[in-house]
Design a protein around this ligand. Structure first.
Ligand SMILES: [Fe+2]
Length: 587
C-alpha cells in the first residue's frame, strides 16, 4: 500500500521563500537569477509556470541550467475533468518536471481550458464548490500523482464568481482528505474569494487542515469597479491587500508542514518587488517559532455538504458560466429564464439554481475586458486577414466582439468543439453578404486553413488507390486571392493596418493547396501552408477528393485531359512523395 500523506510529506524538501514565473514573463519583468544573486534569502527556488504547448522560456531554462531548486506549476491540466487528463499529457508533464528538477507538481485546480485544448480555449475557471466536484478532483489528483510519481498540490484558483454551496476552504479540506494530498493555498486568491462572498478574511481558517498545506502563494491585487461593486484583479501586483497581513500570520503559523512560500510578482522589475519580499519574509520568520507547535489533531475532516449537484452537471455548468461571462446579453436572457437562451444548456434544475444563485455582477466582472479580449484575440488569430479586411476603416467595428453573440460561438462551447473553426464559420457567414469579393474569398480561404489544421488523421484509402491526405485541402477562389491574402498578411506583420492592400478578384478561379504544414500543433502560429496549384494538378486532386483513384481512374483522367498517361502517373508519384496523396497499399 502506498504511504499516506503524513509519511510522504516528510520526504519533501524545504524550499523556503521563492518566486514564480510564467512563459514569457521574464522578457518584460523580473530576471529570477539576478534576484537570486542579489537576495538568495528571498529566492530559494523558482516555481516554473508551464504548459505543454509552449514549454519553458529562456529564463526558466537558464534557471534549470543553474541547478537551483524548482517546482513545476502546470497551466494546462483540467483537474476538475478527469476525462481530459489523458495518459500522454500526464507523461509529458512528468518528463518536463523531471528535467526541470521539480520538487513537486502544483497548479490551480479547476479548468485551464474550456472544452478541448486549442487556441483561445485557455481560461482559468475555479471548480464548482460542490461535493461531486471534490470527487472528480480527488480522482484527478490521485491519477496524476500515480502517473507522474510526483506529489501533486492542487491550488485554489482566482475568480470573481464561484458556483456551489461549499466554502472554498471546506472544498479544499475535503479534497485533501479524499485525495490524501497536500495542498497549495494561494492567500491572495483566498482573500479575493472571501471578499466576493462577503466573508471575513479568516472565515473557515479554524476548520481547515493546515497541516496539509505544503506551499503558500502571496501576491498583490488591484481593485476595480464593475456594476457598482469592487472586485480584485489577481494581477500579481506588488501591493498586498491589507487583510493579507493577518492571513499570512494565521496561515504561516498553522501550516506545520509548510515547505515553500512563493511571492508571485513575475512581471515587475527587481526594485519594485523587494519591499514585497521583505514583508513576506518578515511574516514568515515571525511565525517560525510557532509553526507546527500546535497540538491540535491534524487533518480534521471538514464538514462535507450533504447535497450536491450531479457529477455530470459540472461540465455543462462550467460551459454555461463561460457563455454568460463572454456574452453579457446572453447572461441576462439566461438568468431571466428565457427558454430560447436555456435551450440545450444540458443543466438539471439544481445545477441551474447554482448559476442563478451566483452574483450577476461577479459573472460579468472582467477588468477592462481583458479576459474576453484575450479569448477573442486567440480564437480569431488564424483569421487575421479576414478580420483586418472586414474592420478596415471601421466598416465593421464589432466584427470580432460580436462573435460571442453568434450561434457558432454558443454551439461550439456547448458541443466542446474547437473555437477557432467556429470563429471562421462565423466570419464566413458574416462576410457572405458583402459586396467585397476579395473579403469573401479571404474568409473562405482562411476558414479552410483553420479546418485543415485540425483535421484528424484519416484512415488510409482502399488498397490499390490514391486518396487525398487528410493533412491537405484544395480550395478554389477567384484568381488573385492567394497573392492578395499574402500581401495582407505581410502588411499586418509590418503593422500597416490602415492601408491594407486589396486584390481585385479575377473572373477565373485559382486552386490553392492548403496543408497543415510543419506546425507542432493547433496552437502554433499559422505556417506558410498555402500554394497555388496548376489546373492539371488541381483537377487530379479534386477528382481524388471525390473518391480515391485507382490506376484505371488515373489513366482515364489522363485521357479526359488529353495528357500523356506517363506524365499523370509521374505527377501522382510526386504528390505521394510530397504527402499530398496517400497510397492505400498493395491490393
Ligand atoms: Fe498562485
Amino acid at each position: 500500500m502506498a504511504a499516506d500523506f503524513s509519511t510522504r510529506v516528510r520526504n519533501l524538501p524545504t524550499l523556503g521563500l521563492g518566486i514564480s514565473t510564467e512563459f514569457g514573463a521574464g522578457a518584460g519583468g523580473l530576471d529570477p537569477l539576478a534576484l537570486r544573486a542579489l537576495r538568495p534569502d528571498y529566492v530559494g527556488f523558482l516555481e516554473i509556470g508551464a504548459d505543454l504547448e509552449r514549454g519553458f522560456d529562456s529564463a526558466a531554462e537558464a534557471w534549470i541550467a543553474s541547478g537551483a531548486p524548482t517546482t513545476y506549476h502546470f497551466l494546462d491540466l483540467n483537474l476538475e475533468e478527469p476525462t481530459s487528463l489523458d495518459t500522454a499529457s500526464m507523461r509529458e508533464t512528468a518528463v518536463r518536471a523531471r528535467r526541470a528538477g521539480a520538487a513537486w507538481l502544483c497548479g490551480d485546480a479547476g479548468l485551464w481550458h474550456i472544452g478541448r485544448r486549442d487556441r483561445g480555449h485557455g481560461i482559468l475557471q475555479p471548480p464548482i464548490l460542490e461535493p461531486s466536484s471534490v470527487d472528480a478532483m480527488a480522482d484527478s489528483v490521485r491519477r496524476l500523482r500515480d502517473a507522474t510519481g510526483f506529489e501533486v498540490l492542487p491550488e485554489n484558483p482566482p475568480a470573481h464568481v464561484y458556483l456551489g454551496r461549499m466554502h472554498l476552504l471546506d472544498y479544499f479540506a475535503a479534497l485533501a482528505e479524499r485525495a490524501d494530498t497536500g495542498l497549495l493555498v494561494d492567500l491572495a486568491h483566498l482573500a479575493v474569494y472571501q471578499r466576493v462572498m462577503g466573508h471575513k478574511p479568516l472565515e473557515g481558517f479554524d476548520r481547515f487542515p493546515w497541516d496539509r498545506v505544503v506551499e503558500i502563494h502571496i501576491a498583490g491585487g488591484t481593485p476595480f469597479r464593475h456594476a457598482g461593486r469592487t472586485f480584485i484583479d489577481d494581477d500579481h501586483g506588488t501591493t498586498l491587500l491589507p487583510e493579507l497581513r493577518d492571513m499570512m500570520a494565521a496561515a504561516f503559523g498553522a501550516a506545520s508542514n509548510l515547505r515553500a512560500v512563493v511571492c508571485e510578482c513575475e512581471r515587475h522589475p527587481i526594485p519594485a518587488v523587494l519591499p514585497l519580499f521583505t514583508s513576506v519574509k518578515a511574516a514568515f520568520d515571525a511565525s517560525a517559532a510557532v509553526r507546527g507547535s500546535s497540538s491540535e489533531t491534524p487533518s480534521r475532516a471538514a464538514p462535507m455538504a450533504t447535497t450536491s449537484i450531479e457529477g455530470d452537471m459540472l461540465a455543462p455548468l462550467q460551459r454555461t458560466l463561460f457563455r454568460c461571462q463572454m456574452d453579457p446579453a446572453f447572461a441576462r436572457r439566461w438568468r431571466g429564464g428565457d427558454a430560447e437562451a436555456r435551450r440545450g444548456d444540458g443543466l438539471s434544475p439544481s445545477a441551474r439554481d447554482l448559476l442563478v444563485a451566483a452574483s450577476a455582477e461577479g459573472v460579468g466582472a472582467d477588468n477592462g475586458g481583458r479576459r474576453s479580449a484575450q479569448v477573442l484575440g486567440n480564437v480569431s488569430l488564424e483569421c487575421s486577414a479576414t478580420v483586418a479586411l472586414a474592420m478596415d476603416g471601421g466598416r465593421d467595428s464589432g466584427f470580432v466582439a460580436e462573435f460571442v453573440a453568434s450561434p457558432e460561438f454558443h454551439g461550439a462551447v456547448m458541443a466542446d468543439a474547437a473555437l477557432p473553426p467556429a470563429f471562421a464559420a462565423y466570419a464566413t457567414a458574416r462576410t457572405s453578404g458583402s459586396d467585397d469579393a476579395f473579403l469573401r474569398a479571404v474568409a473562405h480561404l482562411e476558414r479552410a486553413l483553420v479546418e485543415v489544421r485540425r483535421m484528424p488523421d484519416g484512415t488510409p484509402p482502399p488498397a490499390g488507390t490514391f486518396g487525398v491526405s487528410p493533412a491537405v485541402a484544395v480550395v478554389s477562389v477567384p484568381e488573385g486571392t492567394l497573392d492578395g491574402w499574402l500581401a495582407v498578411l505581410d502588411a499586418l506583420r509590418a503593422g500597416k493596418l490602415s492601408k491594407l492592400p486589396r486584390a481585385a478578384s479575377g473572373v477565373e478561379d485559382e486552386y490553392i493547396l492548403l496543408s497543415k504544414g510543419g506546425s507542432s500543433g493547433a496552437f502554433a502560429p499559422p505556417p506558410g501552408a498555402a500554394e497555388l496549384l496548376d489546373p492539371g494538378t488541381a483537377a487530379l486532386l479534386r477528382a481524388a477528393a471525390i473518391h480515391p483513384l485507382s490506376e484505371e481512374d488515373i489513366a482515364a483522367l489522363a485521357r479526359d485531359h488529353e495528357a500523356d498517361p506517363a506524365d499523370v502517373r509521374g505527377l501522382v508519384d510526386s504528390l505521394v512523395a510530397d504527402g499530398v496523396l496517400v497510397y492505400g497499399g498493395t491490393p
